[in-house]
Design a protein around this ligand. Structure first.
Ligand code: PMP
Length: 369
């Protein structure tokens, strides 16, 4: 329907390498219990909402002007947070920010990937890594994780030696499996890689492993650590991702970023939210405790649960994962079918949401699954 509705994708002069590809498409359904996109289930406090509204209100008085292209104040605040979180003294020159870490990853591939270049990831991992590679015409070279989804560092180094990728993605904690990679293993991968290594730490705050930020001083010519305010910071709707790297890396990204990519509204809202980081990050402890409760309950019911350092869990075994996904949804619980045979992923929610998820799981455990 709509004007021009008779034309299909096949009628368009689309790039050949995009034909037949699928768009990112986690279902956005309004159901009682939403546990499918690894959001923080704790809504912002009234104090945070009020401060964001005030900051956005003042920013609106300047809407006729372009924003600070380099987002200096925001990057300074992010540097202060990440220095506190990792114990590494970072400055504004070590930080870069964009509209979600997806845009961060895209900018990195625009600068370091592209036509004639390759990007390697260790799958299963975050589904956007290959999609962003496709979008930037970077050839995606998947290497496979072990059968238990753990990352065997020797196998990873062998795959890097064989394919010599220009970009390597390491996701820690890994989505959808939940496992973190120790910093020593990240360092071994960085040493083996001929090009840039992106450590995607979207879920770092939920993990007890030290951040790869601790490796930046030694490996600054190759290492980029990507982070986000979407998960622990409960700011997914605000769209704010960032990275830590050597200043020269950020100089490289300035070559590809669109000017004024972060609106004054985004910058003001993110800075106001960051002022509340102590209180927001308090939810991390609660979510980790809930994660342990959910893992124990599922294990007790006879499910196999992958060890998780994140705010979600991967579990199974199911004879038919898509059918089981639908049975959860029929009971009002939206989880994620990540396309792995026999496995589903569930985000850790509020206690009552986790109870609802566990109640459906209990029913499934009692019947055939
Ligand atoms: N990296 C990983 C591993 C993720 O799971 C996600 C979100 N699902 C992102 C990056 C992107 O998040 P955002 O763009 O909201 O920062």
């Amino acid at each position: 329907t709509g004007v021009g509705g008779r034309f299909t994708l096949a009628d368009l002069p689309l790039r050949d390498d995009l034909r037949g590809k699928s768009a990112y498409g986690a279902p956005q359904l309004r159901v009682p219990v939403i546990l499918n996109t690894n959001e923080n289930p704790h809504p912002p406090s009234q104090a945070l909402v009020d401060d964001v509204a005030k900051a956005v209100g003042s920013a609106a008085e300047e809407l006729h002007r372009y924003p600070d292209r380099d987002a200096i104040d925001l990057r300074t605040d992010l540097a202060a947070y990440l220095s506190r979180a990792t114990g590494v003294s970072l400055t504004v020159d070590n930080l870069w920010a964009a509209n979600g870490s997806n845009e961060i990853l895209q900018q990195i591939l625009q600068a370091f990937g592209g036509p004639g270049r390759t990007a390697m990831g260790f799958v299963p991992s975050y589904s956007m890594h290959p999609i962003i590679s496709d979008g930037t015409q970077t050839e995606w070279v998947p290497a496979h994780r072990a059968d238990d989804y753990g990352l065997d560092v020797d196998a990873a180094i062998a795959a890097i030696a064989e394919h010599r990728p220009d970009v390597v993605f390491v996701t820690s904690p890994n989505n959808p499996t939940g496992e973190s990679l120790p910093a020593a293993d990240v360092a071994a991968i960085v040493r083996a890689a001929p090009g840039v290594v992106i450590v995607d730490e979207a879920y770092a705050e939920f993990s007890d492993e030290p951040s790869a930020v601790t490796l930046l001083d030694e490996y600054g010519a190759k290492l980029i650590v990507s982070r986000t305010m979407s998960k622990a910071f409960a700011f997914a709707g605000g769209r704010l991702g960032y990275l830590a790297a050597a200043p020269a890396m950020i100089e490289a990204l300035l070559l590809v970023r669109l000017p004024y990519h972060l609106s004054v509204i985004t910058q003001a809202a993110a800075r106001a939210a960051l002022q509340h980081s102590a209180e927001t990050l308090g939810s991390v402890t609660a979510l980790v405790a809930e994660r342990e409760r959910v893992v124990a309950a599922l294990t007790e019911m006879g499910f196999d649960v992958s060890p998780s350092n994140a705010n979600f869990i991967l579990f199974g075994e199911f004879a038919d994962a898509p059918a089981t996904w639908q049975r959860y949804l029929d009971d009002g619980v939206l989880i994620r079918d990540v396309g792995l045979p026999g496995r589903l992923r569930a985000t850790i929610g509020l206690p009552a949401e986790n109870d609802a998820f566990l109640a459906v799981s209990e029913k499934l455990a009692a019947t055939d699954r």
